[in-house]
Structures are given as structure tokens and as C-alpha cells.
Write a protein that binds this ligand. Sequence first.
Ligand SMILES: NC(=O)c1ccc[n+]([C@@H]2O[C@H](COP(=O)([O-])OP(=O)(O)OC[C@H]3O[C@@H](n4cnc5c(N)ncnc54)[C@H](O)[C@@H]3O)[C@@H](O)[C@H]2O)c1
Length: 302
Amino acid sequence: MTDSAPPANPTRVLVTGADGTIGRPVVNALLAAGISVTALSVAWSAPSPADRVFTGDAADESLVRRAFEDVDAVVHLAAIPHPGLGTAREVFVGNTSATFTVLDAAGELGVRRAVIASSINAFGVPLNRHDLTPAYYPLDELSPVAHDDAYSLSKWVDEQIGAWAHSRHGITVIALRFPLVRDLPALRTIAARLGQDSGEQARLAREGWAYLAMADAVDAVLRGLTRPVTGMHTLLLAAEDTIIEEPTDLLLDRYAPASERRRAFPGRTAPIDTSAARRALGWAPRHRLGDPIGTTYLETLA
Ligand SMILES: NC(=O)c1ccc[n+]([C@@H]2O[C@H](COP(=O)([O-])OP(=O)(O)OC[C@H]3O[C@@H](n4cnc5c(N)ncnc54)[C@H](O)[C@@H]3O)[C@@H](O)[C@H]2O)c1
């Protein structure tokens, strides 16, 4: 199959995991942009505002094929989002079979664009039980992998499934490596707790103390659906600063002295390279922990 340019703006998007932390703000933002939504989730905590709703497993091929009716792009967020939320088999097999099912059906049915949720954990080091730190900072999409938990492995394999779907079906796939994503009030609560917890600060060194405001995550998803790119892109996302109120270089001295540092990180600069997202989608983070709340259109929706 050859690449073909996707439509500039989809008219109907299938959102899997549409009931989730990220799924609900994504559905709201799509509807606010005048894009129809088909919502799919295995369970619902509240009614979805979408006009078409499917309840069931994103690994159920027949359900997923029905959900794709009239759809021209998909946002695949459905996953068990932590290794502790199921057995290793449930997490790995559940997540990867859902991603395979959604992307293979999308490709076969002629859908031209998919945005899928990967994670900053996809390289495996952050949740690895062994005494590791990243090979180098800033973290980027080429950070060497070391997996030993089922969730991180599932996200890394999801990215490989994305590359496979692009090769097999020509569908453009954007895999977004999200760090911790919440709205700003929730992030501030987490930041206050982390300030008192040196054990967690040490653990989070492996993901560069990264976070992302929900509004910036939603913006990346919308750009992933609409920007004129083709191919398969894995893109690491993060806010400009870290979630810890200390200079990044000091944190790195303390918690990751053996890791190579490829540049200096002035102030609270996050040791995360998001330039690939900038190049592919024109995306850049616009929100920080210190911003006033409720001042942006997307944040109001979230
Ligand atoms: N929120 C974050 O901080 C964060 C960070 C990194 C990556 N991610 C990824 O982003 C995606 C969305 O995360 P979230 O925080 O919104 O998670 P969430 O748990 O809040 O939402 C996921 C939703 O998907 C549903 N679901 C799970 N497995 C399903 C399946 N097989 N079929 C159908 N529905 C299913 C769940 O019922 C839930 O409503 C996930 O893929 C997660 O791994 C999230």
C-alpha cells in the first residue's frame, strides 16, 4: 500500500477508551470542534456526550468493525494504564490485542489516520524493578529500552503494531508517548505530595519528572488527527518544566549521577526532548503548573 494524504479534518472520529481520564476531554474537544464522535469503552462511569456509543472490548473485532461505520479517523486510548491493574497477561495481552484489532480493522476499512496512546514508559526503564537509570538525558524516542513490566512492554509493542499497520495498510499512525497527564489542579496536588517524598522523586528520575497538562495532551491528539503528515511517528510529549520544585541539574546530580547528560537543563527545564513532536505536528507545550486555571478554551472543556 502507498501513503495517501488523510483528509485535513475528519468528520467522524472513533475514540476508544472514551470514558477515561484522557478520553473524556478528547471527546469534548472533538465535539467542540464540530467533529462527530463514536465512543467506545468497556464500561461507563457517566453517559458519553457522543451520538454513537459502543460498549465492549476494543479487542472484539466484530464490535470494533461496527464502531468504524462512517468513521474516517481513530483515537485509540483504551488500555489498562498501569502494570498493577491486572496480571501481566491481562495487561500485555489485553492492551496489545486491542491495539492490533483497532489498527488492523482501521486499515482494512480504509481509515487513513490513527492517533494511539503510548507512554513515556514505553522504553521500559521507568517501571523497571532493577536498579537502572536512563542511558542519557534528555529522554527521547531513541532512549535504549529495558523492559520487565507488562504495561511498558505493551506500550512499546503497541508502537511496533502502529509501524506494522502503516506498512501493511498505508494508514498514518501517530503514537503519542504521554507522561503523567492530568488537569492543572490535579497536577498541583500531585506536585505538592511529591515535594515531600524523596523516594518518589528518585523513582521519577527515570521519567525525567515529566508531566503534561491535559489541555496540551488534547492539543497533541487534535494535531495528530489533522496535521498534514503521513507515515508512522512515535512522539514523546512533556511540559517545558518538571513537576518538582528544584533545579533539574541538582535533581540529576542527586538521583541519576551515572546517566550521560547531553546538555544542561537550566532551572526546572524538563530533561525531555519533545522536538520530534514539534517537527511532526507543530506541537509545543503551552501550559505549566504555575499557570492560572481555566484560562484556555481546551482547559475549560477538560
Ligand atoms: N493519563 C496518563 O497519565 C497516561 C500517561 C501515559 C499513557 N497513558 C495512556 O493513555 C491512554 C488513556 O489513559 P487514561 O489515563 O485515560 O486511562 P483510563 O484508565 O482513565 O481510561 C481508559 C479507559 O479505557 C477503558 N478500557 C480499558 N481497556 C479497554 C478495552 N480493552 N476495551 C475498551 N475499553 C477499555 C477503561 O474502561 C477506561 O474507561 C491509555 O492507553 C494509557 O496507557 C495515560
